[in-house]
Design a protein around this ligand. Structure first.
Ligand code: FEO
Ligand code: CA
Ligand code: CA
Length: 684
């Protein structure tokens, strides 16, 4: 998420102890934490259809990988930069036809709204590669489209005619959002990838596609609308940022900054104010197209959620309550509907990482809520993991999703100063800090989930510095969380060197089996290399300085990939942004843990002056772009990432992502496929 759609308003007025203060107390007490975070390797449990039994066996016995590239020097160009021996190829850029029903992409912005139903959308973000028959040469690449660049989407930017957005422009914008499923194949002699035009797997989900509401909120009074009086369906998925996958081989798409697409100019109830529904006009003013002669079933009116009628079936007051969820998609079944899993909470979901599945234990999913001073959540299934569900006999993977994702408990994290923490249950019997129960305050579980942020406030959850992606170590199950930045932190404690945390950091934790407790530490602090040691606690140098970590993911080998989004409140006006474009770094945490001899002192981040050289810059983005999304083929020979909101990229007339255009181009977000020229695994 770039600054252009982030929520600038602090909506958490709970007064819960800021994470910065807890961190400072922890650092100053120099608590020694041993054990879990540095624990021994446990068995790899596989990733359903995304990993073959053979690959699981390979990983189980895999040695700790060694990075096989030198850290890239800084670059600030209109091109991607990869290490020597690698190539980077543009794939599925915005407007790439998925079927012959779409006209080819036009460089004048002239494609129609219906073209967008049959092409990739804009602003690629979270992503996953689903192999076909286990292949590393042919699969389904599922890509989120987080938001839009209206100036690039339309020939001359967005227009208002007599104060109203033209219906065709609004439909075009709605269709540029959502999720793409792209059938891709590597058939060219040199292994480059192409989209398979007209594949039956290709499909688009947009901000108008009908989806199923499932879980505790479905069918409740909160989501009954004129479109779905039974409260079991909703049109569209909005602002899909990061992603997750399930052990049964489905995709989870995270709805992040959806709230501001809706407007309520009247008095907003708590569940709207706490998430940031617009008070004057929706972000794109889609609501202004209401009443157009072509409007179907309130397709535009639904973005105005003001109470106008006598009840929820006579206006669109509940439309916004159908957003803010994790959306489950089965890419292998083109006829299936997407399902919003309401039990996993309703907030600005950044992404969702599944904990290491263990047979006979519940499944856990971790999701950050990306806004300043918001929280991090864990969902735990009621059902215990049965490895047979990775390949259900009837082939109905969304039914497996129903089993694990519709019945469970949502928790919010409290990080304690002693290096431990606790997951607090968002359930009706849970006591609030003032002695009531959440049931007494909000009502039933559906009401608590609709009010997820407000309920978390009452439990004393720890406000964080903009929680972004989570990633789970494939062998030891440690969970890593990016905290991208928070320039609103006003801690004046002189001992806290990270007040006004513009560079962000990464924390990690390890859940204690069978309890709601966890232990945590700081993995790395972002910082300019030139900053004093009190700020640059990880001793970063010109070779690896970074700021605003956002995307984070492990591959199955245990390499951690860190992506940055350093266009923050003042634009790219900070020391790191002035030195280098956004980037992706790599590090092998297991190798670092070995060096700390199984004991971690949180006064020193895991990456520190003794080992910082092991954090290496692998990729640099074109000017103004952020790097989003991470995927790879099972053989690790192709790695995919996304370039979002570039200024002047990709160059026309070539698929080489490392070529800088000689002239101005209409910018297109795109996937980039990274391969070695010799075809061997990437990164090592
Ligand atoms: Fe969509 Fe929080 O980045
Ligand atoms: Ca981002
Ligand atoms: Ca993000």
């Amino acid at each position: 998420m770039s600054q252009s759609i982030s929520d600038p308003v602090i909506r958490n007025a709970s007064g819960n102890t800021p994470f910065s203060a807890i961190l400072q107390r922890q650092l100053s007490r120099r608590v020694v934490m041993g054990g879990a975070l540095a624990s021994a390797v446990t068995l790899f449990a596989g990733t359903g259809r995304a990993a073959s039994a053979a690959s699981a066996s390979r990983i189980q016995h895999a040695p700790t990988p060694t990075l096989g590239f030198a850290s890239l020097p800084a670059a600030m160009t209109d091109a991607c930069v990869v290490p020597p021996g690698y190539r980077a190829t543009v794939l599925g850029a915005w407007g790439t036809p998925l079927s012959g029903q779409a006209a080819p992409w036009r460089s004048d912005g002239g494609n129609s709204s219906s073209d967008l139903l049959h092409t990739t959308g804009m602003h690629h973000d979270g992503m996953h590669y689903f192999p076909l028959a286990g292949s590393s040469r042919e699969g389904l690449l599922v890509v989120n489209h987080e938001y839009i660049d209206e100036a690039a989407l339309h020939p001359d930017g967005p227009t208002l005619v007599d104060g109203r957005r033209p219906a065709e422009e609004v439909r075009k914008e709605i269709n540029a959002h959502g999720v793409s499923v792209m059938h891709i194949r590597s058939t060219q002699p040199d292994g480059r990838w192409d989209v398979v035009l007209n594949s039956p797997y290709n499909r688009r989900f947009t901000s108008a596609t009908t989806m199923t509401l499932s879980g505790p909120v479905a069918g409740s009074r909160w989501v009954r609308t004129p479109f779905a009086p039974d409260g079991k369906a909703v049109r569209g998925t909005n602002n899909n940022c990061g992603n997750g996958t399930t052990p049964w081989g489905t995709y989870l798409s995270a709805e992040e900054n959806w709230a501001m697409c809706f407007v309520n100019r009247g008095e907003q109830p708590l569940h709207q104010a706490r998430v940031g529904v617009a008070a004057q006009a929706g972000r794109y003013q889609w609501e202004t197209a209401a009443g157009d002669a072509s409007e179907v079933a309130g397709e535009f009116a639904r973005f105005d959620v003001s109470e106008r009628g006598t009840d929820a079936l006579s206006d669109w007051r509940n439309e916004v309550n159908g957003f803010g969820y994790l959306v489950e998609i089965d890419p292998y079944d083109p006829a299936s509907r997407a399902v919003k899993r309401t039990a996993m909470g309703r907030f600005a979901h950044e992404a969702a990482a599944c904990g290491k599945p263990v047979a006979g234990e519940p499944l856990a999913f971790y999701s950050g809520d990306d806004a300043r001073f918001e929280y991090v959540y864990r969902y735990v299934s009621d059902a215990l993991w049965d490895p047979r569900d990775a390949k259900p006999a009837d082939g109905n993977h969304l039914a497996v999703g129903h089993k694990y994702l519709d019945h469970g408990t949502l928790y919010v994290a409290r990080f304690d100063a002693d290096g431990s923490g606790e997951w607090l249950a968002l359930t009706p019997p849970t006591r609030t800090q003032d002695g009531r129960t959440l049931g007494e305050v909000f009502g039933d579980l559906a009401a608590i989930l609709i009010h997820t942020r407000a309920a978390a406030d009452l439990l004393g959850a720890t406000p964080m510095d903009r929680p972004e992606w989570t990633a789970v170590h494939p062998q030891n199950g440690d969970v890593y969380l990016t905290l991208t930045n928070n320039n609103q932190r006003t801690e004046t404690n002189a001992a806290n060197p990270r007040a006004n945390n513009v560079s962000g950091h990464i924390v990690r934790w390890h859940d204690e089996p069978g309890s709601h407790r966890f232990v945590w530490d700081v993995f790395v602090f972002g910082s300019p290399a030139e900053a004093e040691a009190a700020t640059n606690r990880s001793a970063l140098t010109a070779a690896n300085q970074f700021a605003s970590p956002d995307g984070i993911a492990f591959d199955e080998r245990g390499i951690l990939w860190i992506q940055t989004d350093n266009g923050i409140d003042d634009g790219r006006n900070n020391a790191v942004a002035k030195a280098i474009n956004d980037q992706m770094l790599a590090v092998v945490p297991q190798a670092l843990s070995a060096r700390t001899e199984r004991r971690i002192d949180p006064a020193l981040p895991a990456i520190n002056s003794a080992n910082q050289a092991d954090l290496r810059r692998f990729f640099i983005a074109p000017n103004e772009a952020e790097i989003t999304g991470f995927a790879y083929t099972p053989d690790h020979c192709t790695l995919f990432l996304n370039i979002q909101h570039p200024a002047n990229w990709p160059a026309s007339g070539t698929t080489d992502a490392t070529v800088a255009s000689a002239q101005a181009v209409r910018p297109r977000s795109a996937t980039v496929a990274i391969q070695k020229h010799d075809g061997t695994p990437v990164g090592v």
